[in-house]
Design a protein around this ligand. Structure first.
Ligand SMILES: CC(C)(COP(=O)(O)OP(=O)(O)OC[C@H]1O[C@@H](n2cnc3c(N)ncnc32)[C@H](O)[C@@H]1OP(=O)(O)O)[C@@H](O)C(=O)NCCC(=O)NCCSC(=O)/C=C/c1ccc(O)cc1
Length: 565
């Protein structure tokens, strides 16, 4: 097996000894990206441009290129070429506009696992000026109802079997695929039945809202992150630039990360089509299925998350040939140096490239552009992408910190969200008047401008790369008649990164058990949010202002764990 030697046209980190290789400007306290977009990858500035028109303009052009396979469904082996994808997008846009009356600014709610139709739906909605809002199909009925109402959706596009979760919303439903029984209309029928017709000039401006994705932000419950066409067009341009840079244009990608989150949406729902790559699609992650896909389709590139990287390290290949793998990305949750070491030892021919991004930054803000950089900056998350700048701000003093000094990471760039939907207070707390996005992550940059995420300041648990907001689970716990008070904290877990643990104060004389508490919460939230451990306590530690002292509880749980070992 050959060891990967990458030739990168861009090397961010200059030879040691040179001055200011971090991009830090001591006058302003700002870190600037050390990279620039090439002349082929400029972010378009034309004011009237929507995400779909931009993505379609990047599709391969010749007849031969149109027959290139864009998507392969792993389970069914169904394929969609770039030519077919383009026709499907125009047919569905026609059906949505002329058939269902969707107009510019209408919000379309999409509830589906990954499917070959997913990118077509997203791009058709954008093409007619619609606004997309996506959700995890594992969410409960009440979580879904809340999102539909909050976003103001006027149409729900739903995978068969999930319709019951929308009954109380009274929003019309369009199924993704044909139902096995019944006569409900589906996306498949609209694609097959609609000849692409002239669509009215919707003339979406780059500044118009393209999508509302839900995230907990730095605190509290789920909020609608308003992302514009300009945000998506910028992120697509940066992704295309990074694929060009890695010479990954002929890579076969594997997709199991969900397209309902920004990571999967930016890569697989939209962005990679700008690079003409082929993607093998899994409806849902499954370890054996992933090995089979790599072996059968000679997969080269997997944008992944830490739990998947851990499973690759821990289990043997089961006889599958994994030699085609060239690049594995990591995002959505921290990747430890130890896991990076283990992965590199087990897969020396694979470039492991962690990146850092948020829903609020419409995807990646930092990335390693070469394997050499990644190898020499273990536990780092790469450097700022072109057009980004950052500050590392000390909490106490508000001073912007130089390399190796920790503080809250602030970001500025063309992909930073417009704000939280209908929530000026949360928006003002997250984006300041100069346009800096406060990430809620404790970070530092090194002398080479490489970012290291040290801890999370925001009150958020990361379970399998999904966000879980303690405040949301505490509200559920407090709704139990026998629970007087509760606090939820992250507990470290090798497999999932973190698991939610609850400290509960029971009402006097009640016999509520750990199992009963776990079941009570599980009945009301999506499976990835489940409380998985409960400890009973007499009083929740709080500050004088009544704020839960979560760090004390985290320390307490660690102490307890230590004493058990
Ligand atoms: C592949 C994972 C890691 C594992 O999948 P899984 O093992 O199938 O687990 P799930 O989390 O999907 O399933 C949760 C639970 O649902 C259960 N489940 C399953 N299907 C069912 C069913 N139909 N009914 C009911 N229960 C069920 C399932 O059994 C499981 O239950 P439990 O065992 O109790 O945890 C999956 O969690 C995953 O894709 N996580 C990634 C999430 C993600 O993309 N986050 C990104 C957020 S955005 C962001 O941070 C961006 C950063 C970024 C960074 C860098 C960049 O370059 C760009 C972007």
């Amino acid at each position: 097996m050959d060891t990967l030697e990458e030739v990168s046209p861009v090397s961010r980190f200059r030879p040691t000894g040179e001055k200011n290789t971090s991009g830090f400007d001591p006058q302003t306290g700002i870190y600037h990206s050390l990279l620039q977009l090439g002349t082929n990858n400029k972010i378009p500035t034309t004011p009237y441009l929507d995400t779909a028109t931009f993505v379609l303009s990047q599709f391969p052009k010749s007849d031969q290129a149109e027959s290139r396979v864009a998507l392969i469904d792993l389970a069914t082996n169904q394929r969609a070429t770039y030519g077919q994808l383009k026709r499907s997008i125009y047919s569905l846009a026609t059906g949505l506009h002329h058939g269902l009356g969707i107009r510019k600014g209408d919000v379309v709610f999409l509830l589906s696992p990954n499917s070959i139709l997913y990118p077509t739906i997203c791009l058709a909605v954008f093409l007619i000026g619609g606004v997309l809002t996506t959700a995890n199909p594992l969410n409960t009925k009440s979580e879904i109802t809340k999102q539909v109402l909050d976003s103001g959706a006027t149409l729900a596009v739903v995978a068969p079997g999930e319709e019951h979760k929308l009954v109380s919303t009274n929003v019309p439903i369009l199924l993704t695929s044909r139902p096995s029984s019944g006569d409900e209309l589906s996306v498949e029928e609209l694609i097959d039945g609609c000849e692409p017709m002239e669509l009215p000039e919707t003339r979406s401006a780059q500044s118009n809202t393209a999508a509302i994705l839900y995230s907990s932000g730095t605190t509290g419950v789920s909020k609608g992150v308003v992302l514009t066409h300009a945000n998506f067009i910028s992120v697509m341009t940066l992704l295309k630039w990074s694929v060009d840079n890695m010479s990954a244009n002929n890579d076969v990608f594997l997709c199991f990360i969900p397209m309902f989150h920004i990571y999967g949406l930016a890569f697989f729902g939209l962005g990679l089509f700008c690079s003409g790559t082929t993607t093998v699609l899994m409806k849902k992650y499954e370890f054996q299925g992933m090995l089979e896909a790599i072996h059968t389709h000679k997969v080269n590139n997997i944008p992944a998350v830490p739990p998947v990287i851990l499973s690759l390290v821990k289990h043997d290949g089961g006889g599958y040939d994994l030699s085609s793998l060239r690049r594995v990305g990591s995002g959505a949750a921290p990747l430890s140096k130890e896991l990076v070491d283990r992965f590199r030892a087990r897969f020396p021919w694979v470039a492991l490239r962690p990146g850092y991004g948020l829903t609020e930054s419409c995807g990646a803000a930092t990335l390693f552009v070469s394997n050499e950089e990644a190898k020499t900056h273990l536990a780092g998350s790469g450097g700022l992408l072109p057009s980004f700048c950052a500050k590392v701000v000390d909490f106490e003093t508000g001073v912007a910190m130089p390399p190796y000094k920790e503080g809250e990471l602030w970001l500025k760039g063309p992909t930073v969200m417009k704000g939280y939907l209908g929530n000026e207070e949360a928006t003002a707390a997250t984006i300041n008047s100069d346009g800096w996005l406060r990430t809620g992550d404790l970070c530092y940059f090194d002398e080479d401008g490489c970012l290291y995420v040290v801890d999370r300041i925001k009150e958020l648990i990361k379970h399998n790369g999904y966000q879980v907001a303690p405040a949301e689970l505490e509200a559920v716990l407090l709704s139990h008649p026998e629970i007087l008070d509760a606090a939820v904290i992250p507990l470290e877990d090798e497999e999932a990164g973190e698991i939610p643990m609850a400290y509960v104060v029971r009402a006097a004389g009640c016999q509520l058990s750990e199992d009963q508490v776990i079941k009570f919460v599980a009945s009301q939230v999506a499976p990835f949010k489940k409380v998985r451990k409960v400890s009973f306590i007499n009083e929740i530690p709080k500050s004088a202002a009544g704020k839960i002292l979560r760090k004390d509880l985290v320390a307490q749980s660690k102490q307890k764990l230590k004493s058990k070992l």
